[in-house]
Design a binder for this molecule. Structure first.
Ligand code: SAH
Ligand code: SF4
Ligand code: F3S
Length: 479
């Protein structure tokens, strides 16, 4: 193997230690500062919010190198695809996309194509890309984003393909440039990685061990965002309630929420809170700070205790209900959403019925539902699975109908009510209609005058759909 290739290893990615991660400070080498002058880049982002934020880092790095972002891949000198590996269909989509880029590469042999994100962390995927997708010049892992300047430079100089994917746990790198894609809402990483090792999930392997940023770095970032006029921050981590544990300090996510609330930012959200470690300090912080939004995403995954055990989720059906009921009682007016997987290996009809009845119990505002997808290297991928695809699809369909029923039922209480909306801009479907999210994270489409992205407006709801609310902005002085 060429020594320029640092390839991923699932075995390495599985390892964990208890040491506090090193904190590094990034600065761009002078050699790379002008590489991008007169050149353009285009980034395609798949996957979760962590990936959205990572793409903003990639953009920040490229901007510092003199590149300019463009909004058509045909104009680009560099195309980066930030990938997701959580389910097979996400991967297939990316490979299709990379296949389609072959044509652009033919037209412009100097075009540089880079693949980053979670797929780049997978041994098998990297092997496939190396063998079958010769048009790809750079493969860089989730721990290697700050190597992008060097990798781009090396490709320009040598015209050879470069691969750098570390599988080790990773550090915390601060002072990395960022070009945020929105000017009113910002993603703020509070921790990276995941140590939960749910048996079906690839994320602990693609993102490394759980490691928290220091609170002063997070608060500094939020204060900067407030100064820049941002209205909302979303605190990101695969399990935000585990924040701080790896730092071995007596400071938890609940403490951090209070400190972030004190910055005065108007809206705070967080994603994702695992049912594990959802402690009373957190609940108190959420209840006591009006700038923490009344919305909790609490993934259940399955309503059956045996399946939950096989999933390695660390809670039973009853324990989940206990926490859910407590949150519901202590946080009145909050919206609750969840994630659910159907068709986990050997999920029986009865086990699936337990998931349906769990939805009846929790009456979620919404749920993100998925058919189980086997991920190579995870324990669940080795479990025997005799349930056929058609049965899984039928289960998903039944589940989605139930989810839509409760979504609609929950939305009914907003009819003729006034909600506060942070405006994202004109609706994608209708250029006369604005859209944004209510405090409860409901998508609201509305009409109004003199409205700008980033405004917080009051909207009277006159029509209720299952997954959105429609209304009309009201003037502040009219009530
Ligand atoms: N850290 C978050 C989830 C991140 S992945 C949490 O623990 O809640 C987002 C969602 O994708 C998961 O909640 C799960 O429902 C789904 N998911 C993850 N791996 C999957 C797989 N192998 N097949 C199908 N869905 C999966
Ligand atoms: Fe995946 Fe579980 Fe970690 Fe969430 S908590 S990222 S589902 S391993
Ligand atoms: Fe996908 Fe990686 Fe996020 S697998 S869901 S992009 S952490």
């Amino acid at each position: 193997m060429k020594k320029d290739y640092i390839l991923p290893s699932l075995n390495e990615a599985r390892k964990r230690n208890k040491e506090v991660s090193d904190k590094l400070s990034f600065s761009l080498d002078n050699r790379y500062r002008t590489l991008g002058e007169g050149k353009k880049y285009f980034i395609i982002t798949h996957g979760c919010q962590a990936n959205q934020r990572d793409s903003e880092t990639m953009a920040g790095l490229l901007d510092q190198m003199g590149y300019q972002m463009c909004d058509d891949e045909k104009d680009a000198d560099v195309i980066l695809i930030n990938t997701c590996a959580v389910r097979q269909n996400a991967e297939e989509k990316v490979l299709g996309e990379v296949g389609a880029l072959k044509r652009l590469k033919k037209e412009n042999p100097d075009l540089i194509i880079g693949i980053g994100g979670c797929m780049a962390q997978e041994e098998e995927t990297v092997r496939t890309i190396m063998e079958k997708y010769r048009q790809v010049d750079i493969i860089f892992g989730t721990h290697n984003i700050t190597s992008l300047p060097k990798l781009l430079y090396d490709v320009c100089m040598t015209k050879e393909r470069k691969i750098e994917v570390f599988s080790k746990m990773g550090e915390i790198v601060e002072s990395v440039p960022v070009t945020r894609f929105m000017s009113h809402k910002a993603w703020v990483n509070i921790m990276y990685g995941c140590d939960k090792f749910c048996s079906y999930c690839i994320v602990p392997y693609t993102r490394g061990k759980e490691r928290s940023r220091y609170r002063e770095d997070i608060i500094y970032e939020v204060n900067e965002l407030v100064a820049q006029g941002y209205k909302e921050v979303c605190l990101l981590g695969q399990n935000v309630n585990a924040y701080g544990k790896d730092l071995k300090i007596d400071y938890t996510f609940g403490n951090l929420l209070n400190d972030v609330a004190r910055t005065g930012i108007q809206r705070i959200r967080f994603m994702t809170s695992h049912p594990w470690d959802f402690d009373d300090t957190m609940i108190k912080a959420i209840r006591n700070n009006p700038n923490i939004m009344p919305y909790i995403h609490l993934p259940i995954q399955s309503g059956n205790t045996q399946i939950l055990k096989k999933m390695n989720r660390r809670y039973s059906r009853e324990e989940y209900f206990e926490l859910f009921d407590k949150l519901k009682a202590q946080l009145p007016g909050f919206a609750f959403t969840t994630d659910i997987i159907v068709g986990f290996p050997n999920e029986s009809d009865e086990a699936f019925e337990d998931t349906l009845s769990a939805v009846d119990h929790c009456r979620y505002d919404n749920a993100f539902t998925f058919i189980y997808s086997a991920r190579e290297g995870t324990p669940a991928a080795k479990m025997e699975d005799t349930t056929d695809r058609k049965t899984k699809e039928e289960r998903l369909q039944r589940l989605n109908e139930k989810v839509a029923y409760y979504a609609n039922l929950n939305n009914q209480k907003f009819k003729d009510q006034i909600v506060e909306v942070l405006v994202d801009g004109l609706s994608k479907r209708n250029s006369k209609v604005y859209s944004g999210y209510s405090r409860e994270n409901k998508l609201v489409n509305f009409t109004g005058e003199d409205i700008k992205t980033g405004d917080i407006v009051k909207v009277r709801i006159n029509e209720v759909m299952s997954f959105s609310l429609n209304g009309e902005a009201i003037r502040e002085d009219s009530h």
